[in-house]
Write a protein that binds this ligand. Structure first.
Ligand code: ATP
Ligand code: MG
Length: 396
């Protein structure tokens, strides 16, 4: 009998012909987060197994953030399909534990066992009652839930389940470019997109000296939080100062935000294409601010042909905040550093911008040259989720 970590796939198991592609990637992603731990990962179409002699809770702690896993269990592989032997092994696992109520649940993939799952549960339950004194069955609220999976070549048993994040393994659905600001919304939008298997790179627009080093560091910290789910992340930092100043000086102020966002979209789309990202992702939510009315979104969106995914389009702010707290980005997002949008924000931004006016105003600035320059000079930062490894620092 071997103690292992068991992985249940959830939605992944609905994949038919290409399930192996998803499972291979899931294994790769698990090994990525465990790359400094001695483990072996094996799998079949029903389950994945992590074999290790190291601390299980350390492994579980890392793996629980890997998308594509529905549930994890710390359990045992019993190398037998003989019911009598299985009963003895399960008894040996339970007889020294302190508990008084239990329930057995059985799954039977091995149809050669000539009986039903209910019968197997009953039979094992009766055996445990007979061999451990003071025990009682409680089907509603048992202290110990004995899960047994009777498989073709072996048997799995586990007592505890750890609910995981679900979704698809990152990298199975291609790449996307996340417009990442220092706000609450865009990290959440990024998280939800990674969850669908999309590997993201991020783009951040800064306007020094109007925006500070702290504002940029805040975005780097947010990217680091997302890197946990994304297997590292590449952050593109665009210097937006000249473009923003040109807009501010030359364009009627009620259109500042609309034009500014059209420029951001254009730059993001060019970079996405250079980096082979198939979608743009942002944190827009219908109605949240003037630039997120349907007319605004349409006026802004018209400058790109790449699909723009807005995972939060229909979310209430309070629900977005709940997710931000659960992924630990909220406290960073509310740090009070100025964003490039907030500095140049007009008193009365247009709520229903006209596309014709956008075209007319944009002719007032040499925006193509400015965009070209901003992309040419942009900074690329590779951000990893892991703590910096200072082990060899003294030797350098
Ligand atoms: P908040 O959480 O306060 O709404 P926000 O970052 O969502 O902050 P918005 O003005 O609502 O701010 O911007 C809408 C979306 O546009 C953001 O979610 C983000 O995807 C993108 N965006 C805004 N500013 C930037 C920026 N400086 N760099 C990159 N993307 C940005
Ligand atoms: Mg927002």
């Amino acid at each position: 009998m071997e103690k292992v970590i068991l992985i249940k796939y959830g939605e992944l198991s609905t994949k038919k012909d290409n399930i192996n592609f998803f499972l291979k990637k899931l294994k790769e992603n698990i090994l990525f987060v465990l790359n400094d731990i001695d483990v072996e990962v094996t799998y079949d179409l029903g389950r994945m197994f992590i074999h290790t002699k190291e601390n299980f809770s350390k492994v579980v702690d890392r793996v629980k953030n890997v998308f594509g896993i529905h549930e994890m269990n710390i359990g045992y592989i019993i190398d037998s399909t003989d019911f009598e032997k299985i009963k003895i092994e399960i008894l040996s696992l339970l007889k020294d534990q302190e508990f008084s109520t239990f329930k057995v649940e059985s799954k039977r993939a091995n149809k050669t066992l000539n009986t039903t799952s209910v019968e197997l549960s009953r039979n094992l339950g009766a055996y445990l009652l007979k061999n451990i004194s003071g025990l009682r069955v409680d089907v509603n609220n048992p202290e110990v839930l004995v899960n047994v999976e009777y498989r073709l070549k072996n048997t799995l048993v586990y007592f505890e389940s750890i609910k995981c994040l679900g979704g698809y393994p990152v990298g199975t659905l291609g790449k996307g470019m996340l417009m990442l600001s220092g706000g609450i919304d865009s990290p959440v939008a990024g998280f939800l997109t990674i969850k669908r298997g999309v590997k993201i790179e991020a783009i951040y627009f800064e306007s020094p000296p109007h925006t500070s080093r702290e504002a940029k560091d805040k975005v780097i910290s947010l990217a680091k939080k997302l890197a946990i789910y994304n297997n590292d992340i590449i952050l593109h930092v665009i210097n937006f100062t000249e473009i923003q100043e040109a807009i501010y000086k030359n364009i009627p102020h009620d259109y500042l935000i609309t034009i500014m966002r059209r420029m951001m979209y254009r730059i993001s789309a060019i970079l996405a294409s250079k980096r082979k990202a198939k979608i743009l992702i942002n944190g827009e939510s219908i109605g949240q601010v003037a630039s997120q009315t349907l007319t605004s979104m349409s006026a802004i969106n018209e400058v790109v042909s790449i699909p723009v995914i807005r995972p939060l389009a229909c979310f209430d702010k309070l629900d977005i905040i709940d997710i931000a707290k659960s992924i630990d980005t909220y406290e960073t997002s509310i740090l009070p550093y100025e964003d490039c949008c907030t500095i140049f924000v007009p008193k009365h931004p247009v709520i229903n911008p006209s596309k014709e006016k956008c075209h007319e105003y944009e002719e007032l600035i040499p925006y193509k040259d400015l965009i070209y320059e901003a992309i040419k000079t942009h900074e690329v930062i590779k951000i990893t989720a892991k703590e910096d490894n200072n082990e060899f620092k003294d030797l350098l």
